[in-house]
Design a protein around this ligand. Sequence first.
Ligand code: FAD
Length: 416
Amino acid sequence: MARRIAIVGASMGGLRAAEQLRSAGWEEEILVIGGEIHPPYNRPPLSKELLKSPGSIQEALAAVTLRQRRTATGIDWKLGAPVTGADLKGRTLTLATGEQLGYDGLVVATGLRPARVRVPGPLHGRHVIRTLENSLGLHRELQPDARIVVVGAGFIGCEAAATATLLGCRVTLIEGSSGPMQRTLGRELSEGMRSFLTQRGVECISGERVAAFTWNDDGAGGTQRCTGVRLAGGREVQADAVIEAVGSQPNVEWLAGNGLDLSDGVLCDGHLRVLGTEHVVAVGDVARYPDRRTGTGPRRVEHWATPADTAKIAAPALVAGLNGTETPEPVAPLPAFWTDIFGIRVQGVGSPAVADRIEVLEGDPSRPADGAALAYYLGGRLIGAVTSALPADRQLHYRKLVTEAGLLASSQLAAV
Ligand SMILES: Cc1cc2nc3c(=O)[nH]c(=O)nc-3n(C[C@H](O)[C@H](O)[C@H](O)COP(=O)(O)OP(=O)(O)OC[C@H]3O[C@@H](n4cnc5c(N)ncnc54)[C@H](O)[C@@H]3O)c2cc1C
């Protein structure tokens, strides 16, 4: 009987894992089980071009659906079927329908869901952006002159603020404890991005947190609808819709009860094998793995390139484990990300978020739209670079510098 590798999560991580399993020589069954009803789709447009102009659901889906590699054949899909539990010793998955499925190898690819602002209030009128439906539902609220409050100034919050402004909305961005995208970009470039957002019409409120939502009945049968936020400093900001962009939570509950470290995603070794298990690997946003470029210990990396990078390591390791062959030495992925805000592209490589020193290499970060590049160091080693509004060749140049800065030896890594 053919052995089965089950992949839980049918988004980019699930798709890339299936493709890489075939590339690694796995010719037996691959079953991808996904909670969403859609085939794998691309999420970055959900806060950018698709949020601006989605068209019908069919058009939107066609615009974002990911293509499966032609060489990756014979993959079975079970969509709209959330997995609610796993018995890793018995190698059995339980689906929301009650159905049980056995497997020989398992890939965890369940990604993240948005965190919510933890103060009471009705959900009506409040939005998050992770799924196609989220983006389409939010788009309907972004009417010219609508008052939109965005809570959280990370990448998704800043992108949504820019998109809503381009659609003619009046946008207030509540930054929270750090400035726009500051955790990744650092203070100087973040301040430049704040000026840029402000010049384009976004009102940025710094150093404030939401203490309460305000709401009223919309008159249609007494449904309560959010009408804005009250800030800890006392100010009230009225809104026709609120966007919550305050981070995310890994989808790991279905793995509970198996003795795993699920404190922040799924803890893996350098081969993406889930620690404390046999024949289980993790890929994409949910995987927490050691970083050979910074030595800062296991981290999750929430970027578009991560599903493909991690699948290239995880799939051969899983196949080698199942076939009893030698596990190939893993390549160390170089994280890469980008964001598009009011027509300027900010691109990064490496791990700028863990830097202890930042140096301006080119341009002026206080004017990001005019072009800038920054280098990020940890303990004197170059570990990342970010460019803003620079041509592709400059970006490639900085990418090369970070690549050449090299890897740490295994002995220098934080213990895993
Ligand atoms: C709005 C938005 C904009 C972004 N923009 C950028 C950008 O500009 N640049 C960039 O680098 N990155 C960006 N990203 C990040 C990038 O899209 C993610 O890193 C990538 O989607 C991660 O893919 P994944 O497959 O690991 O996880 P996900 O895409 O989260 O997929 C996980 C899948 O697993 C399913 N699932 C969860 N639990 C279960 C379960 N129990 N059973 C079955 N299925 C389950 C989920 O429904 C989902 O379909 C953006 C993300 C978002 C949301």
